[in-house]
Design a protein around this ligand. Structure first.
Ligand code: NZQ
Ligand code: ZN
Length: 415
């Protein structure tokens, strides 16, 4: 087990009606003026926004709103929020939504206390040192932003999507009511579950060997998600299945599934290769849902890299999917690893996720731009399980298209 630091300061209020307790928490902390951030309207239509604001106002915390945050949130909306936060002398940022709303709220929370432009934090010009406190009312379990140290923002003008990390903007309190997720469309439910599995896998394949205590937590989270996914997709109002998914989504990304698996003691375990590959897709086309992009890119990445450490993939096959090689010969190992990757991808596809880049509207002609943008974001070499160069990223993208003959032709061109 490698050295690590684990810091997860968020307080969780979990269960039915959790959101109605937000006012008493704001009052207990002495907050007086909240900026309430929300998305494209689901929280308005369900009446949730009203309930949250009523609870805050009843406890003498007045509210100002920043609505219309889109999925894959854009930096201009963040700048709007920063302006409002300063003008209104906000002392609490409340996110009512999913990863996009929470990340916008986080960026407002640290951007409001910074003299320069908030994009500085996403292009490496500045590091976040302080932030306004953040409360979350989670409406879609997926990104894990309700407890994570990450914030991911898109910049349409630069056609870029970048993340920044910092413990100071981990939410202070997250209110998690599984009933709020009953209204999620099945595609969003499935994309959310895919994202959680990806958060666990990025840490599992971190370039570090077995760490049993962490590995067992990780495997059990994925197994729980697979079981709950089937239940919730047949009955969207299955409270216990929704609750399992909501809590597992938090555990998938608050770093507990990575303890001892990092190459450095500080920071997050894993090279986050599939995420880097996906973020370029949703930067290119903001209508691409993060989890759907991962459903395509993660299996493609796995098929490209598994030979670097087959034993780690065999452990995944066994602990997560009960797949074992019939003997320890090379062919049997390859069969078992490939069967595991196929089964994981089949799980995503059975939930309604895409299998190929073509299904996401990406074309072969987009690959150069994806690879170039990835290089601008991650440098010439990135990754922990296997160092990836531009040529590797290109090969992975190409392999994620549907026509294997075309892919083979491109390999031949490159040779
Ligand atoms: O905007 P509204 O109308 O609210 O609709 C949303 C949105 O269209 C809808 N929705 C949310 N709750 C709902 C609901 N619809 C019906 N009923 C409800 N209860 O769902 C759609 C997607 O919402 P979004 O917040 O975009 O989803 P998600 O939580 O998957 O967040 C995705 C974003 O998070 C980033 C992604 O890259 C992407 O930008 N990530 C953030 C991370 C972090 N901060 O730790 C880590 C992740 O790896 C990820 O990169
Ligand atoms: Zn993710």
């Amino acid at each position: 087990m490698n050295d690590f630091t684990y810091y997860s300061p968020t307080e969780f209020v979990f269960g039915r009606d959790a959101e109605t307790k937000i006012g008493s928490y704001a009052a207990a902390h002495g907050y007086k003026r909240a900026l309430v951030v929300y998305g494209g309207g689901s929280a308005v239509r369900s009446g949730l926004l009203g309930r949250v604001e009523s609870s805050l106002e009843a406890a003498a915390t007045s509210c100002v709103e920043l609505g219309g945050v889109r999925p894959n949130p854009e930096v201009e909306r963040v700048r709007d929020g920063i302006r409002i936060a300063r003008e209104e002398r906000i002392d609490l940022v409340v996110a009512v939504g999913g990863g996009s709303v929470i990340d916008c709220a986080k960026a407002v929370a640290f951007g409001a206390l910074y003299d320069g432009d908030v994009w500085d934090f996403f292009c490496g010009k500045a590091r976040v040192q302080r932030a306004l406190p953040i409360f979350c009312v989670l409406t879609i379990p997926a990104a894990g932003s309700e407890a994570s140290s990450s914030c991911v923002i898109s910049n349409d003008a630069l056609r870029a999507k970048r993340g920044t990390n910092g413990d100071v903007f981990r939410p202070q309190v997250s209110f998690m009511n599984p009933e709020l997720t009953f209204t999620l469309p099945s595609y969003q439910t499935a994309a959310g579950i895919t994202d959680m599995v990806a958060h666990i896998c990025e840490r599992w394949f971190s370039g570090v060997g077995a760490v049993p205590v962490t590995d067992h937590i990780a495997a059990s989270l994925i197994r729980t998600l697979m079981d709950a996914a089937a239940r919730v997709l047949s009955d969207p109002c299955d409270y216990d299945a929704r609750a399992d998914i909501m809590w597992a989504g938090m555990l998938a990304h608050n770093d507990i599934a990575g303890c001892g698996r990092g190459l450095k003691p500080e920071g997050r375990a894993g090279g986050w290769e599939s995420h880097a590959l996906e973020h370029e897709l949703s930067a290119l086309d903001a209508s691409i849902v993060h989890g759907a992009g991962l459903a395509v890119m993660m299996p493609a990445w796995m098929r490209y890299v598994w030979r670097v450490d087959p034993s780690r993939f065999l452990q995944f096959a066994l602990e997560v999917l009960d797949i074992e090689p019939i003997d320890d010969g090379e062919e049997a190992v390859e069969d078992a690893v490939c069967a595991a990757i196929d089964e994981l991808q089949a799980f995503f596809v059975d939930m309604g996720m895409p299998k190929t880049l073509g299904e996401l509207g990406i074309e072969l002609g987009d690959v150069d731009a994806l690879v170039e943008s990835l290089r601008a974001s991650k440098g010439d070499v990135f990754g922990a399980f296997m160092p990836l160069r531009a040529s590797d990223a290109r090969a992975i993208y190409l392999s994620a298209f549907s026509d294997p003959a075309l892919v083979r032709a491109c390999y031949d061109d490159e040779a």
